[in-house]
Design a protein around this ligand. Structure first.
Ligand code: ATP
Length: 345
């Protein structure tokens, strides 16, 4: 049982606060992704869980053990980094066996585990090769195999695919998902790539400025952002936001159109670019740029002087300078508090 509990973990580097009292529980066998822009604190949090960094405050628990005072090797964790960290002068077999030899496992057990994980990662034909001769993708497979061979309670991964080219990333992503689901190892995976996060995660923790802004299932994070930041960070292109004027009783005027909304004092209107369609009447979008993307067309426009994007079906001719009324799908409209930037339910 390898549930991970992070309780009030904070980290200061001198005067700078990299993490503000983070609370997060990762369930046994869960695949949790830490997602956020560069500098938001995701690597710091991962390093604290691994024991490579000490928290300024708070506790880290793995299962029923408090581990924040334990050295990394006693935490039951294996790590995979962005730069593979495989040893070029060792064979693939010895690279995968490295941690097992350190742990002084008997030879038969070493062979069993290396063979099994190499098969899992489809590199069994490479076991005798030197790692220095391998491609980036093959080396990354070795790094993952080495982590899995330790049969850890928890695997921590820090941007493990970011050195691979786009096609290989896609292939490895699907493969990692399959392998980790099969091994049933609790995984925490750091990335700044939202597509990777959406595709891999059971849950995503979206981080900003040392805080976890939302921790939820990918569809929830996408459909129901808890804060404006989440809507503006996730989605490509991101959510559109427009000012709204309340006309009383939960009615709101947005760019000359009236919508039903929350019964509060002030609210901001939000809609995802793909949740709009051309209609008789709607938000009048003054088209600036039209980008055909194959099945869809990305339209960059202005609505009431605000930047606004729509992803529309490609069957309609649209040109810069056109004014097209865009109707939002009513149940996809979201509202945010203009002061706190939190979602209004
Ligand atoms: P990236 O995707 O760029 O790795 P990140 O979200 O993982 O970003 P962290 O590496 O966790 O970010 O860093 C969070 C903040 O803490 C950054 O502003 C960073 O400059 C700062 N920081 C990290 N390590 C140290 C350190 N050892 N000393 C001082 N500041 C640090």
């Amino acid at each position: 049982m390898a549930e991970i509990a992070i309780k009030g973990v904070a980290k200061q580097f001198g005067d700078f606060t990299a993490l503000h009292s983070v609370d997060l529980t990762i369930a046994d066998q869960e695949f949790m992704v830490l997602l956020g822009a560069s500098g938001c604190g995701k690597t710091t949090l991962l390093r604290i869980i691994a024991g490579l960094e000490t928290p300024s405050q708070g506790e880290v628990w793995i299962g029923d053990r408090r581990v924040d005072h334990l050295p990394p090797r006693e935490r039951g964790i294996a790590m995979v980094f962005q730069n593979y960290a495989v040893f070029p002068h060792l064979t693939v077999f010895e690279n995968i066996a490295f941690g097992l030899r350190m742990a002084k496992l008997p030879q038969a057990e070493v062979t069993r585990r290396v063979t099994r994980t190499a098969e899992l990662m489809h590199i069994e034909q490479l076991l005798k090769r030197y790692s220095g001769e391998l491609s980036g993708g093959q080396r990354q497979r070795v790094a993952v195999a080495r982590a899995l061979a330790m049969e850890p309670d928890v695997i921590l991964m820090d941007e493990p695919l970011s050195n691979l080219d786009a096609l290989l990333r896609l292939e490895m992503r699907a493969e990692l998902k399959g392998v980790l689901a099969e091994s049933r190892t609790t995984t925490i995976y750091v990335t700044h790539d939202q597509v990777e996060a959406m595709s891999l995660a059971d849950r995503i923790s979206v981080m900003n400025g040392g805080y976890i802004v939302q921790a939820d299932r990918p569809t929830q994070v996408y459909r129901n952002p808890a804060a404006r930041f989440v809507g503006s960070f996730i989605g490509n292109p991101p959510m559109n936001f427009l000012p709204a004027q309340g006309t009383g009783d939960g009615r709101w005027q947005v760019a000359g159109q009236v919508f039903d909304g929350p019964k509060v004092e002030a609210a901001e209107f939000a809609i995802r670019p793909e949740d709009l369609h051309p209609a008789e009447a709607g938000l009048d979008a003054e088209v600036r740029v039209v980008e055909p993307l194959g099945p869809h067309t990305l339209v960059t426009a202005e609505v009431a002087g605000q930047p606004f994007r729509a992803v529309l079906e490609s069957d309609r001719a649209i040109s810069p300078g056109d004014v097209i009324p865009l109707a939002p799908i009513p149940d996809r409209i979201r509202w945010f508090d203009p002061d706190t930037h939190k979602a209004i339910q």
